[in-house]
Ligand binder design. Structure first.
Ligand SMILES: *[C@@H]1O[C@H](CO)[C@@H](O)[C@H](O)[C@H]1NC(C)=O
Length: 275
């Protein structure tokens, strides 16, 4: 009887310890909020400001987007054109499926097998954006994000990602100089994270999508970096909330973009309890 009670208590203790461990990791995700690296409102001149931004522009003037082929659907054309029109002096690169595969085959042949064998096309669309940013530098923008003003002020940071609420960062708008250590880490990590999970959504989120990027980001910033290695964080206000924000959201949301925070949390939780 006594022995039974001890075993019962030990099992309960283990369960409680397991739960505390899960919750504490989850809380750690909330504590690492990127605020130390936030791009401050005061750093960014207003869209029509007369202030002269004297900071050096580090990121090359290239806009990258991805789509199946050259036939952009009508509901994304307006967003796409808004970025192209505002940035006549930027190079514009549309990464179609064909161009993406050729690029990986030529420049990153070690990744081609993983790239070809991704089960979901969105995994290729996710991963190619990390490779082109790492390779050429520039700014990647999802096709459903229109440009609300010129992106020049964002060229002054060696790298930046966009903060999402309640946790993590997204991969729908990002910028970097070529060979930035963060994006090198990202492309180096893709094979390790190429695992299948019970839900397709979790598989995509955690192998190549925003959850994958968030996890790599957290691990990257946890140990601190040099100024050049730093990844600055574009906060929601500067992203698309106001007339002075950089982007504007258009109809036809990409399927794991903006409305997925609940599922994001579930997948974070699944990851925590599976470790
Ligand atoms: C692009 O793909 C769509 C859907 O598969 C197809 O209808 C369209 O003809 C393609 N366009 C080109 C230029 O290949």
């Amino acid at each position: 009887m006594r022995k039974g009670l001890v075993i019962f208590l030990v099992i309960n203790l283990l369960i409680v310890a397991f739960l505390i461990h899960s919750v504490s990791s989850l809380l750690a995700l909330l504590i690492i909020d990127g605020s130390a690296d936030a791009i401050h409102q005061s750093e960014i001149p207003a869209p029509n400001s007369g202030m002269i931004d004297t900071r050096p522009q580090l990121i090359p003037k290239i806009i990258h987007q991805t789509y199946l082929n050259e036939s952009i659907p009508d509901h994304w054309k307006e967003a796409q054109q808004s970025c192209i029109k505002l940035h006549g002096d930027y190079e514009y690169k549309l990464w179609t499926d064909k161009k993406s595969r050729e690029f990986i085959a030529t420049e990153y042949p070690w990744f081609l097998e993983t790239f070809d064998n991704y089960e979901y096309p969105i995994q290729r669309a996710d991963s190619i954006r990390y490779f082109v940013l790492s390779h050429f530098g520039g700014i990647y923008i999802d096709l459903d994000d229109g440009c609300n003003r010129r992106l020049d002020p964002l060229l002054s940071y060696p790298a930046w990602v966009r903060r999402t609420l309640p946790t993590g960062v997204s991969n729908d708008a990002m910028g970097a100089v070529p060979q930035h250590p963060f994006f090198l880490t990202v492309i180096d990590s893709l094979q390790k994270y190429n695992r299948k999970w019970p839900l397709p959504y979790v598989t995509v989120m955690y192998s190549t999508g925003p959850l994958f990027l968030s996890v790599i980001w957290e691990e990257y910033i946890r140990w601190g970096t040099s100024d050049e290695g730093r990844v600055r964080v574009l906060m929601p206000d500067e992203y698309n909330k106001h007339s002075w924000s950089f982007f504007s959201h258009h109809r036809g949301s990409s399927w794991h973009g903006k409305d997925a925070q609940l599922i994001f949390w579930v997948s974070v939780y699944l990851r925590e309890i599976s470790e």
